[in-house]
Structures are given as C-alpha cells and as structure tokens.
Design a protein around this ligand. Structure first.
Ligand code: ZN
Ligand code: ZN
Length: 418
C-alpha cells in the first residue's frame, strides 16, 4: 500500500465539513468589510518568496523549491502575501484603484518538523489590504480578526501587539540590539547566533530558556521608534481601546518574516501550548516597493485553519455542519428503485440531502448500512408501498415507523428537517 508523504494529511469528509464551516464564516465576515476573494497559483517563481521572505528566515529555508522541465526554479507557496502583492502589481491594480482588499483561502507548504497542529501542507485563511497607510486601517483589520474568533466561538483568545518600526528607525534599534547581544553571545543558542547575523530581531522570540534570560534584559524597540512610528502605534492602541478590544503589548513579538513594518499582532489561544498562535499579521509598508512596485503601504493577516480547529476542539466547542445525508431511501426491486429515484429528486429539490439505495441488497442489510452511516431517517419503498403511493418512514434513533402518503410528505419533511 502506498501511504501519503510525511507531514501531509487527508481531510476526510467528516472533517471537510469543519473546514467548510470555517471558510464560510470567514468569507462571509470578510465580505461584510469590503473584501473580495482572490485565488493565486499554488506555485510561483521561487524568487518571489526568496526576495520577500528573505532566504535566511525560517519560512525561506523551509520552502519546497523544485525545477520544472525547462529548469525554472519554482516554489510551492509557503504563504500568500507575496503572491497577492505580485498579482496586484501584475494586473496593474495600482493604476486602477490603488486600494485593493482581498481575502484568500488555501493550502500553503513548508518543510517543517510535523507535530500537533503543524503540517507540511496546511491551510490558511487570510486578508490583505493594500493602499492605505493610516492607523485606522490597522485597527479595523485587528477588529475584523477579533470578530472572526467571536463568530466561531473561540472566546479565550488573546491579542498581542507590538510595533517594529520602519526603515528609518529599525536599523538604529537593530544596532543597539546587536551591541547588547554581542556581549551575551556565549549564552545564546546556536540558532540565535546565526540569527544575530541575518535576522537579529528573531532572537527576541526564541523559546530557548537561556536565550529568554538574555532577551529579558535586551533593549526594547518601543524606546527607539521614530516619531511617525510612535504616533502611528499610539493611534492603533487608542483605536483598539475605543472599540473595547483588549490587547497586551508584547515587546518581544517580532514575527518570523522579514517584510513587516510598524504594527504587528498575534492572536494566541492559551489552550494550545507551545504552538499557540492562531492568527498573525501586520503592516508591510515596504514590500510592494521591494517587489518592484510603487511605494504603497499595506497590511494583512493570516490564520492557520488546522490550529483554529484544534483550539475549538481543545475548548470543547461543538463544530457545526454535518453534511451527512438526512434521509436514506431503501428500495426493493426495480419498481421500488424507480419510485425511490422519483422521491429522492423531489426531496433534493427541497434541499434535503438524500442517499438513495443503488444496490440489490435485502432490506435488512440496507437498514444496517444506514445505521452504520449514521443516517437518522430511512424511507422504505417496497412493492406494496409503490402500488399504494405510500412510503414507510423509519426513525433509526427510536426504531419507530409510520406510513405516509407521498402527497402528504411535505408536512413530515419539516419535522425531519428540525
Ligand atoms: Zn519609524
Ligand atoms: Zn535562541
């Protein structure tokens, strides 16, 4: 038997319904805020991600890169912000409206060590708002993420907030941080010693205990923000307070990707343990320019669907939406099947999920199939019933049954639906 590759999973029908539910909640909420769905390719030129993420970041190193038959270097998308920006530039949306608000849903790929809630193929739902630099946008985006979690019933989540400055002020802070870390280099883990070179901010969110001790005393970026960044951050905090959204300032929140500027945030679920971020995002005011476009500010966030579902299970929240058939139609003989076909279509026209028997099995084995499948209602059509234009409706939960006339099915359907 050939098994699936390590780190990827089948989503079986019972789980698909959970994904569909999350996706539906997200897309209907985001569209209420003026966002439209965009679908970009699963793979892109590797260069797009290497330039946007930085080769030395975790996400950069964990990419699936391959060559196609013409020797082009391609990558499975590890995230969707860069593809959305590429699409924005490629279709010259800057020239049309400048502003672009989109959301996306889909698989991303990273070569990581698989563990609970972390896979090599994982699904993200995210939004990108391109074209607006004002802190009002930051507030609205964070509020929208907040609304989403309220909507799906995750009420134990916490919002963490930070600002990582801009091109003007961050280099100055990075110098200060390096100065400090240099003195403590021998106490840093090997990963952080490398990060010191390529991505010094990442040292701040290292989980290693020794590194944590060093970080605790490190200079804080808040003290080095330029005037613009600092007043921007102030407005974001005030805006969130005005909307009654609780947050914590986390000076060590830096995010894993190179392109963030100013406001960054994470929504964490305390029930999840070490991998507790279920949504993260921030501004990326320079990315569009770095990818060859005009200077246009932007912001977005993404959430990991697997982690959201895991958090819902941990919080013991019921996940609605079972797509099981509501009715199984058991039939006997050719006449029974024909009548069943007619009846099934009648019910399907009323948006009722029906599975019709297509086998030549005995009634008892059809009934036991419906029971194993977890279908509550069975309609039985034998020769007798067909002749009388009647049907036996059996409640598999209680084992009771009654005979109904086809013409009067309507009344009973309402009961079945509820
Ligand atoms: Zn600044
Ligand atoms: Zn470390």
């Amino acid at each position: 038997m050939i098994r699936s590759p390590r780190g990827v999973e089948d989503i079986l029908p019972s789980q698909v319904s959970q994904y569909q539910w999350i996706e539906k909640e997200a897309s209907s909420l985001f569209s209420l805020y003026g966002y439209e769905e965009v679908r970009t390719p699963i793979f892109e030129r590797a260069e797009l991600f290497l330039r946007s993420l930085g080769e030395e970041t975790d996400a950069g190193k964990q990419m699936y890169i391959f060559q196609d038959k013409k020797g082009r270097r391609l990558a499975l998308r590890p995230e969707a912000t860069a593809p959305v920006v590429r699409a924005y530039l490629q279709h010259n949306l800057y020239g049309k409206t400048r502003e672009w608000r989109v959301y996306y849903l889909g698989s991303m790929f990273r070569y990581e060590r698989p563990q609970a809630g972390r896979y090599r193929e994982f699904r993200q739902i995210g939004i990108e708002a391109i074209g607006e630099g004002s802190p009002y946008l930051d507030v609205e985006i964070i509020e929208m993420a907040h609304q989403f979690f309220k909507r799906v019933g995750l009420d134990k989540v916490e919002l963490q907030l930070n600002s990582i400055g801009c091109r003007k002020c961050r280099p100055f802070y990075e110098e200060k941080l390096k100065e400090y870390l240099k003195k403590n280099m021998d106490r840093l883990c090997p990963t952080c010693q490398r990060r010191y070179q390529y991505n010094v901010l990442r040292v701040l969110d290292c989980k290693n205990e020794n590194c944590q001790l060093v970080i605790r005393e490190a200079p804080w970026i808040g003290e080095y923000l330029c005037e613009d960044c600092s007043s921007h951050f102030q407005s974001v905090k005030e805006g969130l307070k005005a909307l009654g959204i609780k947050f914590q300032i986390n000076p060590h929140l830096v995010r894993g990707l190179d392109y963030y500027t100013r406001t960054i945030f994470e929504i964490i679920s305390p029930v999840l343990g070490a991998q507790n971020a279920i949504c993260s995002g921030g501004r990326y005011d320079d990315l569009i320019e770095e990818l060859g476009g005009p200077s246009v500010p932007a912001m977005g966030f993404a959430m990991g669907v697997e982690r959201v579902l895991l958090a819902l299970r941990e919080e013991k929240k019921g996940i609605p939406y079972k797509r099981l058939p509501l009715i199984y139609i058991a039939t006997l003989g050719r006449e029974g099947w024909r009548a069943g076909y007619e009846l099934a279509n009648l019910l399907r026209l009323k948006e009722i999920r029906v599975q019709l028997n297509t086998s030549k099995r005995k009634l008892s084995s059809q009934l036991s199939f419906a029971a194993k499948r977890g279908i509550r209602w069975v309609m039985i059509l034998g020769e007798e019933e067909v002749k009388k234009r009647r049907v036996i409706l059996r409640d598999m939960n209680s084992g009771t049954q009654k005979e109904l006339e086809w013409e009067k099915l309507e009344e009973n359907i309402e009961e079945i639906k509820s």
